[in-house]
Structure formats: C-alpha cells, structure tokens
Design a protein around this ligand. Structure first.
Ligand code: HEC
Ligand code: HEC
Length: 301
C-alpha cells in the first residue's frame, strides 16, 4: 500500500512539474512575441497640408479611430485585466502624444504595417485593415493627425505579467493582437482603390478598411471578434436578417444602433458609435456592397 501511494505521489508530482514547464514555455513564447522586432520597408506617401485634405482626414478619423483613441484622440485605457493592460495611445501633439515625436514614416509604419518606431508590433491596433487605405486616403488621415488639437495625456506601453504572457503564447487573444505578425501572415489579394461613389465596389473598400470581416467573418456570413467577451456578429448577407432590411433601415441602424425590429445594437460589441460618422453616400455604398453579396447560410462561430 505504501509503495502504491509513493507511486501515485511520483505520478502527480511529475504531472504538476510538466504543467509548470508547459506554462513557463508558453510564457516564454508570449514574451518573445512581445519582444520580436519587425524590419519593414516603409513606402513614401505624400502627406498633403491643404485644408481640404485635412478635412477629409478628419472625417476618416471620426469614422475609424475615435472609438478607441477617444473623441479628442488623447487615448487612454483600452484593456484592463489582472494579467495585462493596454492603452490606446495619445495621437495628438500634446504631452505624451505620438504627434510630438512621429515623423511621416513613423505614421505610415504604424498605420500600414502595425509596427512602432522602435520596430515592435503594435497590439490590438487594427493596422491589418487600415493597410487597405489608398495612399491618398492614408495621406489625408496623417495630414489630419499632424494638425489635430494637442491634448496632454501620458499613455503607457502595453504590460503583461507572466500569466498574460502565457495566455498570449497560448493564442488565447486570437491572431489579430500582434498585428504586425498578422499582416505578414495574412494572405490577401492586392487591394483595389475604386473611386469614391455610391457603388458596391467603393462599399467593399469601406468594408475592408473598417474591419467588418474581423467580427462578421471573412465572407460576412457571421463570425465573432477575437475579444473573449465578444458576442456573435450576425450574417450580413441576405441569408441573415438583412434580407428584410431596406437601405434606410441600414443607415438608421448604423446612425442610431436601432434595427428595424427596434433591437438596440450594443455599441461595445458593434462599433456603430464611430461608424455613424460615415456620410450618407458612404453608408449607401456599404449597403450596395452588402446587397450585392451572394446569399450565404449563417456561420455560427
Ligand atoms: C480597436 C481599437 C483601435 C482603433 C479602431 C484604432 N486604434 Fe490606433 N491603437 C490602438 C491601440 C490599443 C494602440 C496601442 C498599441 C500598442 O501600444 O501596442 C494604438 C496605437 C496607435 C498608433 C501608434 C502610436 C504610438 O505612439 O506608438 C497610431 C499611430 C494609431 N494607433 C493610429 C490610429 C488611427 C489613425 C486610427 C484610425 C484610422 C486608429 N489608430 C484606430 C487601438 C485602436
Ligand atoms: C468589433 C466587432 C464588429 C465590427 C468591427 C463590426 N461589427 Fe457589426 N456587429 C457586431 C456584433 C457583435 C453585432 C450584434 C450586436 C448586437 O446584437 O448587439 C453586430 C451587428 C451588426 C448589424 C445588425 C445586424 C442584425 O442582423 O441585426 C449590422 C447591419 C452590422 N453589424 C454591420 C456592420 C458593418 C457594415 C461593419 C463594418 C463597417 C461592422 N458591422 C463592423 C460586431 C462588429
């Protein structure tokens, strides 16, 4: 009997030891993901300085950036947990803001490649969708960022403790967290830049830069964001509820969060509170694109 217990003890002890090793291995993997440097070729894009370009850039920034970086772009806490904290950065030229130190190449590297001036991957920042912006649109966005009113706010670098690093190493946060890595690994066809207008082609461009697929699935038939607290994102093809929607219903849903059945879309799950800044024509283009999609069965993630 005594011998039996001794063996049970050895087996349990070895298993626990193994678990500790696996945990440490994952934490080391997570640590090296955070430390990895990315040497990217930064393209030269002309950054305009005229008032019209700056106004177009402001429009994009409202529709695409303020949900995370704040109405005045001063950033702040984005993800707070006992194992990790991530701040959305202050983008202005106030104290602690990227605008005080970023050269044009730094803006382009961050927005197109998801890489910081120190060559690390940005975390969570959706550069894997912003890389689809045309040079002209990206130039307008950067033109606005460079002229945005300065706000003082010291934001901090992401920090992960050993548990957070192990979770990162285990892939629990999905593949879009270390965005530079995702950009390298994604297989995407060459982006196209249709002229702005109420066309399905321009609607597809807006969908690509806005990351609708991140949550609604690559073919928009339903999906889920990588955020562990996310709920399922519905089918946006005519295989889902949108079969009963008209263009006006779609515009109203994005502007107010209210669907035709008077269901309120949760802005923490579906970021309509910044997409609402799209113009009528832009929303009509997105609708034209959704309307042109083949009818697909709902994918339940
Ligand atoms: C889903 C949330 C989210 C959205 C939307 C978003 N960002 Fe970010 N962004 C972040 C987070 C989080 C960081 C900090 C990443 C880090 O520190 O690793 C960041 C970092 C950045 C940086 C790097 C700043 C620095 O000091 O290193 C730039 C530049 C930036 N964002 C610009 C933009 C612009 C421009 C838009 C809109 C076109 C935008 N972001 C939209 C979350 C977001
Ligand atoms: C961060 C994840 C996320 C992104 C990005 C996102 N959505 Fe959503 N969307 C959701 C979720 C989750 C719901 C369901 C919300 C609810 O029921 O409260 C939703 C709901 C919707 C609905 C209502 C559909 C229905 O059947 O009720 C429409 C329309 C929609 N999204 C369109 C879009 C479009 C267009 C884009 C891109 C411009 C987009 N979404 C980007 C997560 C997202």
């Amino acid at each position: 009997m005594k011998k039996f217990f001794k063996w049970v003890g050895i087996v349990i002890g070895s298993l626990l030891g193994l678990l500790v090793l696996v945990f440490l291995g994952l934490a080391m993997k997570g640590n090296s993901m955070l430390k990895k440097t990315y040497d990217v070729q930064v393209e030269t894009i002309p950054i305009p300085t005229d008032a019209e370009a700056i106004a177009r850039g402001e429009h994009w920034v409202k529709a695409e950036c303020i949900g995370c970086h704040g109405d005045n772009l001063s950033g702040g806490s984005f993800f707070e947990a006992p194992f990790a904290t991530i701040n959305a950065k202050n983008l202005t030229s106030g104290k602690g803001g990227a605008g005080t130190e970023f050269a044009d190449a730094d803006w382009i590297r961050a927005l197109r490649h998801g890489v910081s001036p120190e060559s690390h991957s940005l975390l969570i920042m959706p550069s894997h969708t912003f890389r689809f912006f045309s040079d002209a649109d990206l130039g307008d966005i950067i033109a606005y960022l460079k002229s945005a009113p300065p706000v003082d706010n010291e934001t901090s670098e992401p920090s992960f403790n050993i548990l957070g690093k192990a979770m990162l190493g285990a892939g629990l946060f999905g593949d879009a967290v270390v965005v530079a890595e995702k950009i390298i690994n994604d297989e995407v066809s060459d982006p196209s830049y249709p002229p702005a207008g109420v066309t399905p082609e321009y609607g597809q461009y807006l969908v690509n830069v806005s990351g609708c697929q991140d949550c609604h699935g690559v073919d928009l038939s339903g999906g889920k964001s990588a955020d562990p607290s996310a709920i399922n994102a519905p089918n946006l093809t005519s295989g889902g509820e949108l079969i009963a929607w008209k263009e006006d219903d779609f515009i109203k849903a994005i502007r107010t969060g209210l669907t035709p059945t008077n269901r309120q879309l949760d802005p923490a799950q579906m970021p309509w509170e910044h997409f609402k800044y799209f113009s009528d024509d832009e929303l009509k283009a997105i609708w034209a694109y959704l309307d042109s999609l083949p009818r697909l069965e709902t994918t339940i993630p």
